[in-house]
Design a protein around this ligand. Sequence first.
Ligand code: NAD
Length: 496
Amino acid sequence: MALIGHFIDGKVVTPAARTAPVFDPSTGQQSGEVLLASTATVGEVVASAASAFPGWADTPPLTRARIMFKFKALLDRDMDKIAEAITREHGKTFEDAKGEVTRGIEVVEFACGIPHLMRGDFTEQVARGVDVFSARHPVGVVAGITPFNFPAMVPMWMFPVALACGNAFVLKPSEKDPSASLLLAELLIEAGLPKGVFNVVQGDKEAVDALLTHPDIAAVSFVGSTAIGEYVYKTACAHGKRAQALCGAKNHLVVMPDADLDKTVDALMGAGYGSAGERCMAVSVAVAVGGVGDALLEKLVPKVQALKVGPGLDPESEMGPLVTKAHFDKVKSYIDDGVAAGAKLVVDGRGLRLQGYEGGYFLGGTLFDDVTPDMRIYKEEIFGPVLSVVRVPDYEDALKLVNDHEYGNGAAIFTRDGDAARAFDRDAKAGMIGINVPIPVPVAFHSFGGWKRSIFGDRNVYGMEGVGFYTKMKTTTARWPTGIRSGAQFVMPTTG
Ligand code: NAD
């Protein structure tokens, strides 16, 4: 049984600790045992990062960028190994896992430009003989607390930018699929990152609380569910830290009557059922506008029925299992709840049995029609392969649904009408909009973040938002001795 440890001071360590089992979701068999750090272990990890920080902060940005270039090359080299580790613990298909690593690599590529991205401002002669310049400084030791659904990509939304900016980083990955984090840590060392600059501490609430309250943690980035994210954000802020928490979602895809239905159905299939719906940018609500519902369902139902569900390492599989038995039970209970609430269950994914994988957490693609906004399956994030169709008479009603929902991560519209698309882009209350694009996860040189209760804090992750979050500005006003006027001045200095 693999013992999955922490990564402290450049190596994997496995001190005696509480542990939690890690499972292969395609078989239901336990594959490993992950350590759950105590407060004392978190203290050791933070101490290692704090002692590595000054040297790293002093390292020229170009040198830091060169390490990122090497890290990127190593990620390319080990792509399959990392993707396989993800599939074995998360369950998503191998190709999808490679896609996840690729999206993480894109942030590393962005971070390779850090000498330019951190470049400061200089204004000469703001007064006679006086110049002003601004520079970005790293904030210190920063922590990243990440969810199970992207065990490589979400950490890489954070640490490449944080490290390139000169910070030391402590990653607390999900205890459900912790192995990818150690592979990333080892590659950073191979790329030349000094020991202690990047550390991994495995754990649960005890480890998170220890990070949130530790005086040497300067900033906390969190990605996960809304309830935990709100707690993390408030606790980190109450302890004087910079914080950002990216949280849950219920993403709507509005289908206008003029949409290309074949393309719309393909988009709904990928965005609704890809990664078994365990994506914060998954589409979980299709809003059928103005009578398009029947034609949409006619094309959608056979595709959902034909979805190939199987183990993630089988190249034939389009969708793998859910991550844990507990999550499987939760998603299944939402389907039961939808039926009890009167939604029309058009395709039922419960009861799927795969020969040879009877212990796996497989649920078939599930489709509800006639879902209404008062139902739990509409209001709450299910995070499984369950798509709800809500029928509305017109665009205004579709927009109202999007805007009245408590979450506002992403929203999409499928239409050929430029006016409708532009109006939706301006009016929808969500942080990421897709126009004939179902999962509008922004590229690395833009940034990712939702609105409403899909985010706490005022900064998105990665892109220039990431550079802003992981740096603090210092602005210097300078005069050389020959420019100093004689005598003290007691009035507010002005130019001239
Ligand atoms: P989660 O909130 O259960 O866990 C996230 C992290 O918090 C993990 O590291 C976990 O160990 C830790 N944690 C769990 N319980 C805790 C507690 N009581 N106290 C302190 N820390 C705790 O989320 P998850 O189930 O791993 O991930 C799925 C969620 O993440 C979904 O809601 C999804 O929408 C969200 N998500 C959001 C984004 C985004 O960018 N908005 C991206 C990916 C996932």
